[in-house]
Design a protein. Structure first.
Length: 335
């Protein structure tokens, strides 16, 4: 399958937009190139993203900066233990017409009615409030008072969470984690990057960002990403990789039986192929290559596999399991 000439030109424009966005983010964010790439892949694939890292690694700043680099409506929700679902979705209030005295219910939209919603420290609020985002993430709508309210398009939930502070936190349930396309690990900067961060943030420097894309153009580029072709053998490789994570299946390896209690579902296969399409398009390529699938494997799978006590005892992380599966499933086998 080959793309029409118009789509080939559009992919070139998408690659240019990706480079411009990366350059704009680089004005504020030092380093974190892998994090920026994964965030933009999710954005152009219409996927939601959760960023996990210790405090002070600019997770919130990165999302703020991304919103500033796009002509989209942005809102931030600071999740706290006393946050209620209506604080996110909105609520109905009684409004009186002063001329007639007639009263009626009127819906006041909450902060979820935006194009980019920053769910800051999403693991600090109870499951009841976390679940308020679930319908919004999956259906792009909220239901209040029995009425459905469509969310604006495009719509992205970009969440952050702290992996080390467990007191007073509520880990996201697996069903909701599965709605996030990527879990992006934000790591410490290098020494040179940290020096640049210190010099930049302790000086009197004000950086002005120029918006690069609006919602209509972004939606068109997201449609283009889905039209990027993927060869059958590469799609089969993605499926094989995901199916190997499932405990006690016909394709399970020894490391999976030993260290996992639950594997990834079919949504992982869908997101893996979609992420590979987005990565290929952002890099100006007209079809998916093996490196695209392998680069997307960890952010797609790390929050969809559940490790057991053996993994904790041996210090084995979900990333270790995924890396072992990638090593044991060579690219040549796909052909």
């Amino acid at each position: 399958m080959t793309l029409p000439e118009s789509d080939l030109d559009a992919i070139q424009q998408l690659g240019d937009a990706y480079r411009r966005l990366t350059a704009e983010l680089g004005k504020v964010i030092v380093g974190q190139q892998d994090v920026i790439e994964q965030l933009l892949i999710a954005l152009f694939a219409r996927g939601h993203c959760v960023l996990e890292g210790v405090p002070g690694l600019a997770k919130t700043l990165l999302i703020h900066t991304l919103a500033d680099a796009l002509s989209l409506k942005f809102s931030r929700v600071q999740f706290t233990p006393d946050l209620m679902p209506a604080d996110i979705t909105g609520t109905e209030v009684i409004q009186e017409d002063k001329a007639t005295g007639h009263r009626e219910f009127r819906f006041l939209p909450g902060p979820v009615f935006a194009n980019i919603v920053l769910a800051d420290e999403i693991n600090r609020t109870p499951p009841k409030t976390q679940a308020a985002l679930l319908e919004a993430m999956q259906e792009r709508q909220v239901t209040v008072g029995g009425e459905r309210h469509r969310l604006p398009a495009p719509f992205f939930v970009l969440a952050t969470q702290n992996p080390i502070e467990q007191e007073g936190t509520y880990p996201l349930p697996e069903a909701q984690l599965d709605r996030f396309m990527f879990m992006v690990k934000v790591d410490y900067p290098t020494e040179a990057e940290e020096l640049a961060i210190v010099k930049q943030t302790t000086a009197d420097i004000k950086t002005e960002l120029t918006p690069q894309l609006d919602g209509e153009v972004l939606s068109g580029m997201a449609d283009l990403v889905r039209r990027v072709p993927v060869a059958d053998h590469l799609a089969q490789y993605a499926i094989r990789l995901v199916r190997q994570t499932r405990v006690r299946s016909e394709q399970t390896s020894e490391i999976v039986d030993r260290y996992l209690s639950w594997g990834a579902g079919p949504r992982a296969s869908q997101f893996l192929v979609l992420a590979a399409k987005a990565r290929a398009a952002l890099n100006g390529r007209h079809c998916v290559e093996m490196e695209d699938l392998r680069a997307a494997a960890k952010p797609v799978l790390r929050h969809r596999i559940v490790t057991n006590f053996n993994a904790e005892a041996d210090g084995v992380t979900p990333d270790d399991v995924v890396q072992r599966l990638l090593d044991n499933t060579p690219a040549e086998a796909a052909a």
